[in-house]
Structure formats: C-alpha cells, structure tokens
Ligand binder design. Structure first.
Ligand SMILES: Cc1ncc(COP(=O)(O)O)c(C=O)c1O
Length: 584
C-alpha cells in the first residue's frame, strides 16, 4: 500500500525542519509524497530528522503532554513512531543526513494499531496531531483514503470524523470535503467606525421590553404579554399544522394580501358585528400579516410618514411606541381613562398638531384593560370623521373577552376611517404568527405596498394552519373555556393583591384581556421593586414602558395568563412584602 499524500505532507515538513527552513505548513494536498514501504499489512514510516536550526525548532508546534494520548507519534515533530507516549522534541540525528531528507523506515506499525476496538479514538488522536501542524482550512483526505490508510472500517473512520466535528476541529462541506476549522480569535471587535457611519439614531431607541424576557421556569411570572401554553388550543393547533403540512400550502406561495379563504374569514368576522345600514368589509379589504406588530410598523410608515404627528392613547402598548419610533413619526400622547379617551381632548390634540392618525385599543387595552363604552366609541368615531382622520384600531384581545364582548369601532365604519388590526398570535398559538388588517380605499393600497416591500407575503403554511384552527367547531368551545379560565385567573390575582398588597391599587378590574394595571403608592422606586421581586422569584413588568411621554405615576402591569396560577397568592404576597420594604 502507499502512504496518503496528506501524510506525506507531514513527512515533507520533517524534511523542511531538518533542513532548517521555518515550517510554514504547506498545503497537505500539494505536499510531496514520502516513501512508504509496505510490510505485510503495515507501513513502517519514519523520518529521521537532520539537525534543525533553532528557528525551525521553535517554529514547530509544541508536543502535547496532556490530553488524549496519541496512538502514534506526533507527526509534526518530524518523527512518526508507534504509540509514542510522550512526543519528543526533534533531536540532532547522530547518524547524520545526506542532502535533503532521509526517510528511514523504522518499527512503526502505524496501521495495525488502528485495527483494534479503540480504532476510532486512535484515528482521532492521530488526526489531531496532524491538524496541529496543518493550516486552517487544510483539507483532510477523503473517507476512502482514511479507510485505506488506517485499515479501519468506514464506520470507524466516520465515527472519528464525527468526534472531531463535534469538538469543532473540522468541518465538512457536503460535496467538497472535510477541512480543518480556522481557530476562533479571542480578539475583541472594534465597531467604532460604525459610529461615524451611522451618527445618532433619528429617535432614541427604547430599551428592550421587559415583557419579552425569558425567565427561569420556576419563577412566578406576571411580566409576559403572551398567554401560557396551557391556555392555547394545543390539540387543534397540532392537528391543523399536520393537515397544512400535507396540503398545497406547504409548497405554494400565497398572494401578497393573503390566502383568499383566510381574507374571507377575517372580513366575515368583522362583518358579523356590522350593524344594518353599514356596508361590511370585503375579503379584498383584508391584508394578512405575520403578527399585528408588523402591521403597526407598516401603518405608521404608510399613513403617517417620517416626522409627522401620530396621536396615541397614553398609556399604550409599548410595541406601538416602538413601531412609531422606528417609523420616525412624532408621537403625541392623548390621555385615556377607564372609558377611553376624552373626545374633547382628542379633538384638541388633532387641531393642535394637525395629526391625521390616532392609534387606540377600544377593547381591553394593553396595559389598562379599559373598554370604551358604546357612547365613547361613537364620540371618537365622530371626532375622527370630523377631522378627516384615521383611527388605527388595535383589536389585539378580540378573543379574550371575560365579562363583556369586544365590539370593534371598525364595525360602524364603512368609509375607510378605521384601519382595523386583529391578531390570532396570542389566541391560536404564539408560533402561528398570523394577524390581519382591514382597511379600505387608497389607505389599504399604501399599506399593502409597504408590506410587499417589507416581507412580500406571509407563509402559506401558517395561514392554512390558522384558518384550520379558527374554522374547527372546537375553536368556539376553546374560546368559551378560555373565557372561564381567564376570569378565574383575573379574580384570583385581584383578590390576592387586595389581600397581600393592599397599597397596590388595581385601577380597574378589566372585562377582558390578560392584564391588571396596578397603581403603586407615590414614591415607589419601580426599578428597585422589580429587582427585589425578581430576587424573590417573582417577575413583574414596570409600567414606565407603556408611556409615550413621562409616566404619570408608578405603575406595574401584571399578566394573569402566565403559567401556574396556583402561585398567584404567593406572588402577590411577595409583591406586597417588597412594596412595603420599598416604601419603608
Ligand atoms: C396591544 C397589542 N398590539 C399588538 C401586539 C402584537 O401582537 P402580535 O403578536 O400579533 O404581533 C401586542 C402584543 O403584545 C399587543 O399587546
């Protein structure tokens, strides 16, 4: 048999070392071949090193004195020996060397030793030695060559390669080969140049929302914005995903505005609450979105525009504040209360600023939980019409009514003043990120153009699965059960707070939604409270994130749709205790 070229490359390095040249790690594949004399099934190879210059000696990699014991000699030292326990530094060769390399074949039973049960780890050790001197990116011999070289089975060789891959030492590029991985540098990066390139952001970037944090599993968590898994229709979702994966949707591209059947479903749902005398929306008014968050960004960009004013209820959803900042619009807060914003205040804000868009949550607002009265809905819609403006109605909690039903303002509008957002993300599954907006006239075209520029279309697979879930008879049953569960959780948390944290005032027990909005005594240090609660295993969301301008007091938002409602009383007790400590 012959010695593989890559092994020969190592032997050639021995020559370079012996001739005093610094070792520069030649490409393994291009190295000259050394001789190998077959002896039975063995190939005994040894390179007797000539006296090496100091420079060359120091250029060699250090022998390994720890770690896996190589089955063979460290090739980089210029000598290949059987079962070298501790690789030695090359020494002067007393027998002298002729010109060039003298390759003498000693008692090195390289290959036979790989044939025992431990062959794979021996191959690993041997390849590691080779790699220690190989250039990053050097190609390893093919599996077939390794099989021949080590006289091991392909399975054994594969196992060795898998070990090296798992250790991050080699990488295989399918169809190309296996390569030595470049060592990672620990050098800290310097991105200072980006400061000059980017200058300051147009708007100060809000810090990441506390509601999106991952927290330890055993924490009592009131911070998240999304319901716990046990509140989702898991069986319906799994069955829907399986059916969707089998159908056309798994491989085809839906239209940019969404799957027609899903557009119809959204249009029909809103149409069902449209009173007589008002024209219900058409399926073609619907634009399907990958979650309503992306709809907010598109609406603010398309309908408000950079530098232009946008009216927002205050407090309001932190994600709307974020989307507004990213769209570069100028945010104008309008105070809101348990029944919604004061229409006179709203009219004043429109007039003062010249704004043409008002973002609001008429049903179970995040964070306050407030639901506009029927009278307030009409008053606000009248004000919007009078101003020739748009209401962006975020109906995020449409499926989370508890002691009332949500009534969209959009159901009273057929002249394109209301842009309606409806999400399924929180009620169907956080993994099926599907929502829709319903808008009429040129506004819809502008928003659709922004969506196309941003993401072209929404995954057909997810659309098909979402539609499947909401059209199953089990969906209505699920919503009924959800209503009860949310009600019990809301009441349990409210009662626990009154009992254990009497100084925390629940602004309003909401008729729906997922949150309690809690006013704390003046002087509460919110940051410290959140920190102390967290240390005690309770995660809360400080309320400041929900204010587009200065907070009007210390608030926290407590979500009652998280895991383990049985721990709510204990969570409330800890909040009460930390609050007392905070105010002491
Ligand atoms: C008021 C409000 N609007 C929109 C969203 C975003 O929802 P989605 O998950 O559909 O993007 C949220 C999420 O928390 C929300 O609370």
């Amino acid at each position: 048999m012959t010695t593989a070229p890559w092994l020969a490359g190592v032997l050639v390095r021995a020559k370079d070392v012996s001739s005093g040249k610094p070792v520069t790690t030649p490409a393994a594949t291009t190295a000259r071949r050394a001789q190998c004399i077959p002896r039975g099934s063995r190939c005994r190879v040894s390179a007797r090193a000539a006296p090496a210059s100091t420079a060359a000696t120091t250029a060699r990699p250090e022998p390994m004195n720890s770690g896996e014991r190589p089955a063979t000699a460290t090739l980089v030292n210029g000598t290949v020996k059987e079962n070298a326990a501790t690789p030695r530094r090359p020494s002067h060769n007393p027998e002298g060397v002729e010109s060039g390399i003298t390759v003498r074949f000693e008692r090195v039973a390289l290959l036979l030793s790989f044939m025992n049960n431990d062959s794979s780890s021996r191959i690993v050790a041997h390849l590691k030695s080779w790699m220690a001197a190989a250039a990053p990116g050097a190609r390893l011999p093919s599996t077939r060559s390794l099989v021949a070289e080590y006289q091991a089975s392909p399975v054994t060789v594969q196992k060795a390669l898998q070990t090296l891959t798992a250790q991050g030492l080699i990488e295989s590029r399918p169809g190309v080969g296996t390569f030595v991985r470049a060592a990672r540098t620990a050098k800290p990066s310097d991105y200072g140049w980006q400061t000059a390139a980017l200058r300051s952001p147009l708007a100060a970037l809000p810090p990441a929302s506390s509601t999106m944090r991952d927290v330890p599993l055993n924490a009592i968590s009131f911070h998240s914005g999304y319901p716990a898994r046990e509140l989702l229709p898991e069986r319906l979702v799994r069955a829907a995903l399986t059916r969707a994966a089998r159908g056309d949707a798994a491989l085809s591209r839906p239209p940019a505005a969404g799957m027609p059947e899903l557009q119809s479903w959204f249009a029909h749902e809103l149409g069902a609450s449209t009173p007589a005398g008002t024209t219900p929306p058409n399926p073609s008014d619907v634009v399907v979105l990958p979650g309503s968050q992306s709809g907010l960004s598109s609406i603010f960009s398309a309908l408000v525009g950079r530098g232009q004013p946008l009216l927002l209820e205050s407090p309001t959803y932190w994600g709307a504040i974020l989307a507004a900042a990213q769209a570069g619009v100028h945010v104008v807060p309008v105070p809101t209360g348990p029944d919604g914003p004061d229409p006179a205040e709203l009219a004043r804000a429109f007039e003062e600023t010249g704004a043409r868009v008002f973002y609001a949550q008429p049903n179970y607002a995040n964070p306050t939980g407030s639901q506009w009265t029927a009278e307030r809905r009409d008053q606000v819609l009248d004000a919007i019409r009078a101003q020739g403006a748009f209401l962006v109605e975020d109906d995020w909690a449409h499926d989370f009514g508890i002691s009332s039903n949500p009534v969209p303002v959009a159901s009273r509008d057929d002249s394109g003043h209301v842009v309606y957002l409806r999400s399924l993300t929180k009620s169907v599954s956080t993994s099926i990120r599907v929502a829709a907006l319903i808008a009429r006239g040129p506004a819809r075209e502008r928003i659709l153009a922004d969506r196309a520029a941003e993401s072209m279309y929404v995954s057909g697979l997810l659309q098909a699965a979402a539609l499947d879930v909401v059209t199953q008879p089990g969906w209505q049953t699920h919503l009924r059960s959800l209503r009860h569960q949310l009600g019990s959780r809301r009441d349990l948390l409210a009662t626990s707070l009154s009992e254990h944290a009497p100084s925390a005032h629940i602004v309003q027990v909401p008729k729906g939604g997922l949150n309690l909005w809690v006013r704390l005594p003046d002087g509460t240090d919110l940051e410290r409270l959140a920190r102390d609660c967290e240390t005690a295993g309770v995660i809360i969301a400080p309320g400041n994130e929900w204010f587009p301008a200065e907070p009007t007091g210390p608030f926290i938002r407590l979500n009652y749709s998280g895991t383990n409602p049985g721990a709510f009383p204990e969570g409330a007790r800890i909040i009460g205790q930390m609050l007392e400590r905070n105010l002491a």
